[in-house]
Design a protein around this ligand. Structure first.
Ligand code: NAP
Length: 551
């Protein structure tokens, strides 16, 4: 079955065990696990079908930068054996087909309601239930809420004056039209040079008459070396999937990357360069696993950054463009490293220009294009690859209200506060999948999604079995976890970059390092330990205790 379109929806139950928000990979697996526990659940998503981030990000060149054999569900041996990936790094259409295949295979859609945005989730202290409201008028009372809303789902368009005055078409990479966009022969402006732009620009440049890229911060990008999936490579994974998946779960970022356990700075220069050359030749984000101290030691990081800078200069013929494209304001890897196909080489095309907007920011969108530094640029279309209100945006915009009428947006005004990125104090029975304070965006999302969903499902299984009715993170546990997340971040170079990990891409957003950088293996062990110790740091209560507290 292809992607579903559901303007006519099946009825929505008024009472349910669990409301799941989001039909991406997190929400899909959560629903599957809850069914296995015999709990009733419904999934809401504003999209017309499953897929989450892979539903929305249909921009030209959109592709995962984790290898296909690793960016897929591991919970079902049948699923991982039957699906055939056509490329080493799958493109967006194939990942979306995979999501639809899983939805069909597990018959997920009957408990999903699409084209439905959750506009409020309010906790009632008297009944200990969540009242969830949608923009289609649904009102559902649920025992539990699971926010599987994604870390990069709240697309962000900067507040440029005159945005509505532009006579041509504007697009955001995170909301790309489903029917596709034909940019053939057009003059196109692209704003941004993050992962999305770096993938899109070479493809857009192949279609458009002329492309002008507006760059505020140059990024480090590694060639993907993507290729059609070699049959023997896929088979070698399938032959040993259980063992490889088990190993990946205890790595630093959930990706088997053959990490080198040596320090860059302590390795003799010739040997070090050979390691970088070898990593560059094999391509992908695993470049950062070339040495064990690249994210901890500035001198080590400089060796990797200089190597990539040299590669950029060697690829880009025009020295003015090359100078602009060489990243200088952050250590390599501290803003999300990008992976590309022919990104730098694209700047050798006569139809591609690069404009630095760091010194002279974009002043306005005009009826004909963009005004920068007093100069007008004329376009038929503008592509905004300007990113997301990452990690917190989808949650704080949803109208979530916990105990004593406290809004989540208010609680997190100075930055997100969670216990393990799974729950936040004052919001009982509300779980987050890959929430802030968990490894999430610093990891293979599939590995982190499965770990969170399994932890939540096991927790709800435990509660059902023990006839418990309420679980809530305690404030001391949350405070200690937030402190730990910050302390671990401060042992790395990450906080030195003005990245979206720090909230730095949104004017006024607090500068807090949001994901947990202690590694998915260590994090998983901690979550398991906490559960084994009777959900240490969480308060669990039965119906009697709740009734008493409500009196
Ligand atoms: P992003 O990394 O936040 O990049 C946004 C870009 O827009 C940056 O270059 C930013 O510049 C620029 N920008 C924002 N506001 C601007 C303004 N007012 N004027 C000029 N430039 C402005 O967003 P993204 O590229 O969509 O990627 C977000 C994340 O999604 C990635 O880091 C990655 O985790 C994920 N992603 C993954 C893949 C993949 O798997 N291959 C692909 C795409 C995205 P500054 O850097 O100066 O803020």
């Amino acid at each position: 079955m292809s992607e579903a379109t559901e303007t006519q929806r099946a009825p929505v139950p008024h009472q349910i065990d669990v409301v799941i928000v989001g039909a991406g990979f997190g929400g899909m697996y959560m629903l599957h696990r809850l069914r296995g526990l015999g709990l009733s659940a419904i999934v809401f998503d504003v999209a017309t079908g499953v897929g989450g981030t892979w539903y929305w990000n249909r921009y030209p060149g959109a592709r995962c930068d984790v290898e296909s054999m690793q960016y897929s569900y591991s919970f079902s041996e049948e699923l991982q054996q039957e699906w055939q990936w056509s490329e080493v790094f799958a493109g967006q259409p194939e990942i979306l087909r995979y999501a639809n295949h899983v939805a069909d295979r597990l018959d997920l859609r009957r408990d999903m309601r699409f084209e439905t945005r959750v506009i409020g989730a309010v906790f009632d202290e008297a009944t200990h239930r969540w009242t969830v409201r949608t923009d289609r008028g649904d009102v559902v009372s649920a025992k539990y809420c699971v926010m599987a809303t994604g870390c990069l789902s709240a697309a962000r368009l900067p507040d440029f004056p005159g945005l509505d005055s532009f006579k041509g078409k504007t697009y955001h990479t995170g909301h790309w039209p489903h029917e596709g966009v034909d940019l053939t022969g057009l003059r196109v402006g692209v704003v941004g040079t993050g992962s999305s732009a770096i993938q899109a620009i070479p493809v857009i440049a192949g279609q458009a008459a002329h492309v002008t890229v507006f760059q505020r911060t140059p990024n480090f990008s590694i060639p993907s070396r993507n290729q059609p999936m070699p049959g023997d490579y896929a088979q070698s994974w399938k032959d040993s999937y259980p063992a490889r998946r088990a190993e990946a779960r205890f790595t630093r970022n959930g990706i088997l990357a053959n990490p080198n356990d040596r320090s860059a700075i302590e390795t003799p220069e010739a040997e070090r360069l050979a390691v970088y050359e070898q990593r560059w030749a094999s391509g992908g984000t695993t470049f950062m696993a070339a040495f064990n101290d690249l994210i901890f030691n500035k001198a080590s990081n400089d060796t990797a950054a200089d190597f990539v800078r040299g590669k950029i200069r060697a690829m880009v013929k025009d020295p003015v463009k090359a100078n602009l494209l060489v990243p200088v304001n952050h250590p390599i890897g501290t803003k999300r490293i990008c992976v590309d196909t022919n990104y730098y080489l694209t700047y050798n095309s006569p139809n591609v220009d690069l404009v630095d907007v760091r010194g002279a920011p974009i002043e306005a969108v005009t009826p004909d294009g963009l005004r920068v530094g007093g100069k007008d640029y004329t376009f038929d279309a503008i592509v905004f690859a300007t990113g997301f209100d990452a990690m917190t945006g989808a949650l704080t915009r949803m109208g979530i209200v916990g105990r004593a009428g406290e809004a989540l947006a208010d609680k997190w005004e100075a930055g997100p506060r969670t216990y393990l990125g799974l729950m936040t104090a004052g919001f009982p029975n509300m779980f987050m999948i890959t929430g802030p304070g968990s490894p999430s965006v610093l990891s293979n999302m599939m590995v982190s999604i499965e770990q969170h969903v399994d932890w939540v499902a096991d927790c709800l299984g435990h509660m059902t079995h023990r006839q418990l009715a309420c679980i809530e993170a305690t404030l001391p546990a949350e405070n200690a976890w937030v402190q730990h997340v910050n302390e671990v971040a401060d042992t790395t170079l990450y906080p030195s970059a003005a990245s979206w990990y720090m909230g730095a891409n949104i004017p006024g957003k607090p500068r807090v390092f949001m994901p947990y950088i202690g590694g998915v293996g260590a994090y998983r062990r901690r979550c398991d330990e906490i559960a084994a110790n009777g959900y240490e740091g969480f308060q669990l209560a039965g119906p009697a205790a709740i009734a008493e507290a409500a009196e």
